[in-house]
Every structure is written in structure tokens, then in C-alpha cells.
Write a protein that binds this ligand. Structure first.
Ligand code: OXD
Ligand code: MN
Length: 604
């Protein structure tokens, strides 16, 4: 039975059913009974494995096809009418051609299968930030993951009423063929088509496809921003909480930072960090001229390997119940799960992510490097009390970051919002051994949005600048680099909880206003000396002793090294930035060209 009378919704379901020809249609109402019955059915069919009900209550394991373990950027398309609007960083297909080509693959692909209709909301139902979507899928794994990652069910349709403002998502596992795998976005039609994959990032359509690619396009026309950012709140000893949104490319510890545990001396003083989100932020200007952010998701789709009691105890606590694990190893002795770097005692009697008998001494990993957990946000011990706030949280700071062995100092502050947009636009990270290809190659990833921006990135930079112009109280913008190494290649900053020392400096800077140097530009008020920054060619850096590093075991000499800005290295960097900017042609805002020229002039 349809759960709504909304004519556009019914037409969308009808059209889809004609195309994929399912045996039957099931509307997902969001109730426990229906979800439990689906989980039981998936266990019977082998799609899910039920894990130890005492140690991991409500938890399941799923193994994807061996050829289907990650997002597929080379098969991800932005299908807008004018190729130029997709920009140089996206794959493009003409919408008509895409509907025809991918439609052929969808045709009758649900024969013998059930069509599940999942109404979902990105953001708390009823929040002015929130947007509705409907995902049609032939996979119970998708239904159950959507239940964890988003708010689903009838309440979403009730809130939608007869509005046409919903995203239409169609997914089919089809034959899981790599050659016929397409992840297509039609931003002008609020539509997403995903076929021949069962991997989360390609098929949980609320996440990257809607909440970033489609939403970034919606935000451009509606005056808000969809960003690949975590959101956290730092509670100071006086009880005041300040919020930071931060963008990092993958493999830079985003989920770990979002759930940071303060070092003991900070915790003893009364510091606490609250997680609002670990991956995506939807951001809007508020009436008071500040930016407000919500996390549109309702769960965490985190990378399992490397998650352990030191790197992220809060994530570990989050995956103890009602969690779906994908492509991790299964410990047959107690029917629990294991992944690399969880601890030093891999199970003796286990099955690896491929489903084969596994012995750690084989040297092969038990869990796929991109194996995941899908866990409800409510499980997280440090989930923010503001998590469900329909108005979002006010941002004091925006942080960009990457993995740079040299070049970028531990932290610096942009000279203005406009300079901050430049800092985000030139963000870069060095490739690691975890990914195929050369190690240590600098890859530019503006605002960590390169694979996720649903339109031309030159226009995206312009949108950032426009949003900034309208703000009376813009957040300050910073860049961090936790990954600087010494001559022997060792990390110089301990990272993890110690990163709070850097966040604390960032927040003090946000209290101090801007620097005297900026007064001439009419931005902000003079920066009191006690906030502790020095003016350098690349931005404001912490002055000696402004970051409490000794408690983290980092001496003055090492700190000096961590904060060193080498003008010769930065002159090279500026060349690379210039080449990168050339890709955007005349859609690159002139303000960013000017920022580059000003940087070069300051470097001498
Ligand atoms: C993710 C990603 O899964 O950025 O969050 O790839
Ligand atoms: Mn991400």
C-alpha cells in the first residue's frame, strides 16, 4: 500500500516500476517490526550474517562482491544539459544520453526481485535545513543501512505533504558488473541513478550522491552550502561550547577528529568534545550573520581498519550494537568481527572479507582496507546534545586540512574570509601507501570536495565567496596539518586527542577578532596581543608558546619546526597552485587569482 497520496511521488514510483519491473513493491514505513522481518529475510538469504547477540546485539556482517568495494569515481557522472556546467573536475554525460544508456541497464533488472521504496530525510524531519528523498532499491542491505544513516519512513512523507521538493533515487544491484556500473547524478532533475553496485558509497544514495553532489547544486541556487565536513563542539571549562566545521580528504582522520577524546589534563580541567557529524555538513547563513550547520546524516559510515581504543574509543563504543559491518573479518570462535589495527590479537579461527578461511600469519589482510561500519549516531558516547537541533549549531571556525610531509605548518589562520576561501581552494594532500599509485604525490582537493561537487568548481568557489560577502559575523578560517614529518620520516605531531591543543588556539583566535593588519580592509576588530599570533606570508601563525605543546611531549625546538614556513618551498607551492587554477579557465573568480598574486608578493 502506498504510504502517501503525493502525486509526484506516486508517479516517480510508477515510472520506476515500469522500467525495472519488480515482482512486488514494499513501502518502508520505518517501523521496527518491518525492519526486523527484513533483517531476518536477509539472514536467510545469506545477504547478512547475524553476529553474536550478546557481545554485538543487533549487529550484522555483510560481504560485498569482490569487485565492488569502494566508490567508483571514474564511473560517477554529473549529467547536466551543458557540459561546461559540470566543470573540468567531473565526468559528464548528456542527461538524455544517460537516461537512455543507463535506462537500458535498469530495464527489467528487478525481475524476480522486490522493489523497496525508502522515504528518507536528510536532516531532522521538519528542520528548515532538511530535504526529503526517496530511494528505490532491490537490496535489503541498502534498506537497513539507510535506516541507520538517515531518518526513514512514513513521517518523512507526512512532512513532505504534496510538495515536489524531493530527490528521486533509483538503485539496482543488477549483475554487479563493473563494466556496466554507473553512478549518475541529474542535478537539474533532482535525480540519482545508481546501477550494478552494492557498495555503500555508491548505493546509500542519501550520502555522497544526495547530501553532497545534488545538495551542493541545490545550495548554489538556494543560498546555502553542502560540504564534506565534520562538525564538532568544544566545551570549555566554563561550560561554553564553540563549534568548528572541518574538511579533510580521505585518510586524514576525519572521524577520529570528530570524536576526539581530550588529553587527561584537559579533561580534568573540564574540556569536552561533542560530535555533531563526522562527514557532511549543510551550512546556512543565520539571521545574526553567522553560519549555522547541521549534520544531515543520522549515523556513521566509518572505515573500520585503524579504528581502535587509542585512535577512536568513541567510534569503538558506537559499533557495539545495532551496527552493520561490511567486509571486515569474522571471528568464528565467538561470532564477532575483527579488522587490522583493532588490537594485536587477530582471531585464530576466522573468515576474511572475501569469505575465505583466514589466518593472520598469511600476511593477507583479514578486513578489506576500505571495510566499514554503519552505526547509529545515537550510539556515540560523545554525540552532541545539539545533534537534533533543527536550527543547527553556529560555527566559530572552519578548518581545512590535508596530509603534507612538509610545506604546510601545523596550523595557520587565513587573513580574511576571502583568503580562507583561497586556502580551501588550494587544499592538497599527499597520496599514501594505502592507495594504489605513487606515494607522496600532491593531489589538490579543494575543500575536500573534488569527488563530490555537483557542478563547476569555479562556480563553487564563487558561491563560497558570495556566501562570505553576506555574513556580518563570518567564521574564521584555518588550515591544519597533523602529518608533518622530520628528516627521518617520523610524524612530528602526536595527533589524536592532542589535536585539541590546536583547536584551543583556533578558538582563542576566534574570540580575538581579526588582526590590526585587516582593519584597513574594514574587516573585524583588532586582535588583542594575548591571542598570540604572528603575521607571516601565508597567514597568521601561533606565536611562541601560544599552543600548549609541552603537555603533548613536543618541545620548543620541535614546535618551531612544526610551525616553520619555508618561503622557497612555498614559492614552488604557489607555482603548483597557479597551474591548478588554470584548469578552471574564466570561471575561476578573480578574487582567487588576486589572492594568489598577493601570496606571491608576500613570499617575495
Ligand atoms: C567517505 C569518503 O566514505 O569520503 O566518507 O569516501
Ligand atoms: Mn567522506
Amino acid at each position: 500500500m502506498p504510504l502517501t497520496n503525493n502525486k509526484q511521488v506516486l508517479k516517480f514510483i510508477d515510472d520506476a516500476a515500469k522500467l525495472v519491473a519488480p515482482d512486488r513493491t514494499v513501502w518502508i514505513d520505518g517501523g521496527r517490526e518491518q525492519l526486523d522481518a527484513l533483517a531476518a529475510e536477509a539472514v536467510r538469504s545469506g545477504e547478512l550474517i547475524k553476529l553474536n547477540g550478546e557481545l554485538l546485539p543487533g549487529c550484522y556482517l555483510h560481504r560485498t562482491a569482490l569487485n565492488d568495494v569502494a566508490r567508483v569515481e571514474h564511473r560517477t557522472f554529473i549529467c547536466c544539459r551543458d557540459e561546461k556546467d559540470a566543470g573540468p573536475t567531473n565526468n559528464w554525460m548528456d542527461p538524455k544520453a544517460a537516461y537512455a544508456k543507463v535506462g537500458e541497464i535498469f530495464k527489467n533488472s528487478y525481475n524476480g526481485r522486490t522493489m523497496y521504496v525508502v522515504p528518507f530525510s536528510m536532516g531532522p524531519v521538519g528542520s528548515p535545513f532538511s530535504k526529503a528523498g526517496i530511494e528505490i532499491t532491490d537490496s535489503i542491505y541498502v534498506v537497513l543501512n539507510m535506516h541507520i544513516m538517515t531518518r526513514i519512513g512514513k513521517k518523512v512523507l507526512d512532512a513532505l505533504g504534496d510538495s515536489n521538493d524531493f530527490v528521486r533515487g533509483l538503485h539496482a544491484r543488477a549483475e554487479l558488473s563493473e563494466e556496466k556500473r554507473y553512478i549518475c547524478h541529474f542535478p537539474e532533475d533532482n535525480t540519482i541513478w545508481s546501477v550494478n553496485s552494492g557498495y555503500g558509497g555508491n548505493v546509500l544514495l542519501g550520502k555522497k550522491c544526495f547530501a553532497l553532489r545534488i545538495a551542493s547544486y541545490q545550495g548554489k541556487s538556494e543560498g546555502w552550502m553542502a560540504e564534506h565536513m565534520l562538525i564538532l563542539g568544544v566545551q570549555r571549562p566554563d561550560g561554553d561550547v564553540k563549534y568548528i566545521a572541518a574538511a579533510f580528504p580521505s585518510a586524514c582522520g576525519k572521524t577520529n577528529l570528530a570524536m576526539l577524546v581530550p588529553p587527561k589534563e584537559y579533561a580534568d580541567k573540564g574540556y569536552k568534545v561533542w560530535c555533531v557529524g563526522d562527514d557532511i555538513a549543510w551550512i546556512r547563513p543565520g539571521k545574526d550573520g553567522r553560519l549555522y550547520a547541521i549534520n544531515p546524516e543520522n549515523g556513521f559510515f566509518g572505515v573500520a581498519p585503524g579504528t581502535n581504543a587509542k585512535s577512536n574509543p568513541n567510534a569503538l563504543a558506537s559499533v557495539r550494537k545495532n551496527t552493520i559491518f561490511t567486509n571486515v573479518a569474522q571471528n568464528l570462535d565467538d561470532n564477532t568481527v575483527w579488522w587490522e589495527k583493532l588490537d594485536n590479537s587477530p582471531p585464530k579461527n576466522a573468515i576474511d572479507w572475501t569469505g575465505a578461511k583466514w589466518d593472520a600469519s598469511s600476511g593477507k589482510p583479514g578486513a578489506h582496507p576500505n571495510s566499514r561500519f554503519t552505526a547509529p549516531a545515537a550510539n556515540c558516547p560523545c554525540i552532541s546534545p545539539e545533534f537534533e537541533n533543527p536550527q543547527g549549531v553556529p560555527l566559530s571556525a572552519v578548518v581545512f586540512g590535508g596530509r603534507r610531509a612538509s610545506t604546510a605548518p601545523l596550523v595557520y589562520e587565513a587573513r580574511s574570509f576571502r583568503h580562507g576561501v583561497f586556502v580551501g581552494a588550494v587544499m592538497a594532500s599527499e597520496t599514501t601507501a594505502a592507495a594504489a599509485g605513487q606515494v607522496g604525490v600532491v593531489r589538490r582537493d579543494p575543500m575536500a570536495m573534488l569527488p563530490f561537487c555537483g557542478y563547476h568548481m569555479g562556480d563553487y568557489f564563487r558561491h563560497w565567496l558570495n556566501i562570505g560577502k553576506g555574513l556580518k559575523n563570518p567564521p574564521k578560517i584555518f588550515n591544519v596539518n597533523w602529518f608533518r614529518t622530520d628528516a627521518a620520516g617520523n610524524f612530528m605531531w602526536p595527533g589524536y586527542g592532542e589535536n585539541l591543543r590546536v583547536l584551543e588556539w583556533i578558538l582563542r583566535r576566534c574570540e580575538g577578532g581579526t588582526t590590526a593588519a585587516e582593519e584597513g580592509k574594514g574587516v573585524g576588530k583588532p586582535c588583542p596581543a594575548e591571542t598570540g599570533a604572528v603575521d607571516t606570508a601565508i597567514g597568521y601563525l601561533p606565536e611562541d608558546g601560544a599552543i600548549d605543546a609541552a603537555g603533548a611531549g613536543v618541545g620548543a625546538a620541535q614546535m618551531k619546526e612544526l610551525l616553520n614556513v619555508d618561503a622557497a618551498v612555498w614559492r614552488e607551492e604557489a607555482k603548483g597552485i597557479g597551474e591548478f587554477f588554470n584548469r578552471f579557465g574564466n570561471r575561476l573568480p578573480k578574487e582567487l587569482k588576486e589572492e594568489l598574486e598577493e601570496l606571491k608578493a608576500r613570499l617575495g
